[in-house]
Design a protein around this ligand. Structure first.
Ligand SMILES: [Cu+2]
Length: 82
């Protein structure tokens, strides 16, 4: 089980965008998104690094929960970012 801290998720569209990003890396993964907490839990075969990168590419800065700084630089913002 991998836990990632994901910034910028604000609505159900963000949740599905992040879920899609994870599934693109690991189609078999079990993904649980906690919108309120800004956390994504992934049960699968992929590494936190690969998942974080994929989520960041979808527009949501992501880092392994517990790490201080986001692993990836801030991307363009999520589906609802103005
Ligand atoms: Cu959204």
């Amino acid at each position: 089980m991998i836990e990632l801290r994901v910034e910028g998720m604000t609505c159900g569209h963000c949740v599905s965008a992040v879920t899609r990003a994870v599934k693109a890396v690991d189609p078999e993964a079990n993904v649980r998104v906690d919108l309120e907490a800004g956390r994504v839990h992934v049960d699968g075969r992929s590494s936190a690094d690969a998942l974080g990168k994929a989520i960041a590419e979808a527009g949501y800065p992501a880092s392994a929960a517990g790490e201080q700084a986001p692993a990836a630089a801030r991307a363009k913002g999520g589906c609802c970012a103005g």
